[in-house]
Design a protein around this ligand. Structure first.
Ligand SMILES: Cc1cc2nc3c(=O)[nH]c(=O)nc-3n(C[C@H](O)[C@H](O)[C@H](O)COP(=O)(O)OP(=O)(O)OC[C@H]3O[C@@H](n4cnc5c(N)ncnc54)[C@H](O)[C@@H]3O)c2cc1C
Length: 304
């Protein structure tokens, strides 16, 4: 059947599949069907989206890494109807642009987030202009060998977090958008674009730290004089102090050392926004960080 192939395990370097470009080897399972998902999740696994919010250890991860293939990418479903089901591998940037073209409002705040839809759900991606939970109504997940539909308010969406059921892989989402005009949506997107203008355009995983209540992590790091601080090829960006950038050959160890250096010099506790994969010390390697939520790809348990 076109678009449906057998799950295809292959050995990869996860750094090649993440935007920060650090991280060691893993077994990648590219899945195109429920049968593939069932086969891939018989052993402990993690779920990879676009890899834009991940810090992966230099040693890689022992679990399988499951990634949804093209048959889960359904941008064409965005055809002008405000209530729409979309596949979880649909790239968010294309979705945001398509919504603008068909005059649907609600996704403008996600302009510039280089995620796929599943990863955007897991992280409740957003900006001060809006977040995915504003429009998310239902989530279809593959869990324990079967698909299940959950209302959005059942998956614990908060500031850059979700609490999906353990091991749940988001396969589709239902969004409720608001009819508008392409011009109005574009106008709203221009404001988001302008706010992003100062962000670095090089290898990163977006903002490294969550904003503490009532303050901005970038402002605190900048105030501590840490722009340009460097460990190996990992550096605090000059353009935006909450971006850790990879100048070329950074290792995960460089990035971790830089995170620790920042935390040692900023008096307010900073919680890492990124998901962390494969660190033997677990959360102890990242003092002050809340544990990874259960599910949302952090699961190490076979689905069945
Ligand atoms: C330049 C740049 C700018 C950014 N700007 C923003 C921003 O403005 N706002 C913002 O919120 N984020 C931003 N980010 C961070 C990132 O894009 C978001 O966190 C995004 O939601 C991550 O999605 P992803 O598909 O890349 O997920 P990944 O990084 O691949 O994975 C993140 C987590 O989601 C889980 N996951 C992925 N797919 C699924 C699935 N199908 N089912 C279940 N769990 C899944 C993974 O297991 C992992 O735990 C930025 C990143 C970069 C590089």
């Amino acid at each position: 059947m076109p678009g449906v192939v057998e799950a295809s395990p292959s050995r990869v370097r996860l750094g090649d599949l993440t935007t920060l470009k650090v991280g060691g080897p893993a077994e990648l399972w590219l899945v195109e069907s429920d049968a593939d998902l069932a086969a891939a999740t018989l052993e402990p696994y993690r779920v990879l989206g676009a890899g834009s919010n991940l810090l992966v250890a230099d040693a890689g991860v022992p679990e399988r890494v499951v990634r949804l293939g093209r048959s889960f990418a359904t941008l064409e479903a965005m055809n002008g109807a405000p209530d729409v089901w979309l596949g979880a591998a649909t790239p968010l940037p294309g979705l945001v642009r398509r919504a603008q073209r068909v005059g649907l409002s609600g996704l403008e705040g996600l302009l510039g987030v280089p995620a796929v839809v599943g990863g955007a759900v897991a992280m409740n991606a957003g900006t001060r202009f809006g977040q995915l939970s504003d429009t998310l109504r239902e989530v279809e997940v593959f869990v324990d060998g079967a698909r299940e539909v959950l209302p959005a308010d059942a998956i614990g969406l908060g500031y850059r977090r979700s609490a999906l059921p353990p091991g749940a892989i988001v396969t589709r989402v239902r969004l409720a958008l608001t009819p508008s005009t392409p011009e109005r949506v574009q106008h709203a997107m221009d404001a988001v674009d302008a706010a992003r203008a100062g962000q670095p355009k090089v290898k990163s995983a977006g903002c490294a730290f969550k904003n503490p209540a009532g303050d901005s992590a970038g402002r605190l790091i900048d105030a501590a004089g840490l722009k340009g601080l460097r460990v190996g090829d990992a550096m605090i960006a000059h353009e935006h102090a909450n971006f850790i950038i990879n100048l070329g050959a950074a290792s995960a160890a460089d990035v971790v050392a830089l995170i620790e250096a920042v935390r040692a010099r900023v008096t307010v506790p900073l919680e890492l926004e990124w998901r962390r994969w494969g660190f033997p010390g677990g959360e102890r390697a990242f003092p002050g960080t809340t544990p990874e939520p259960r599910g949302a790809g952090a699961d190490r348990r076979p689905a069945r």
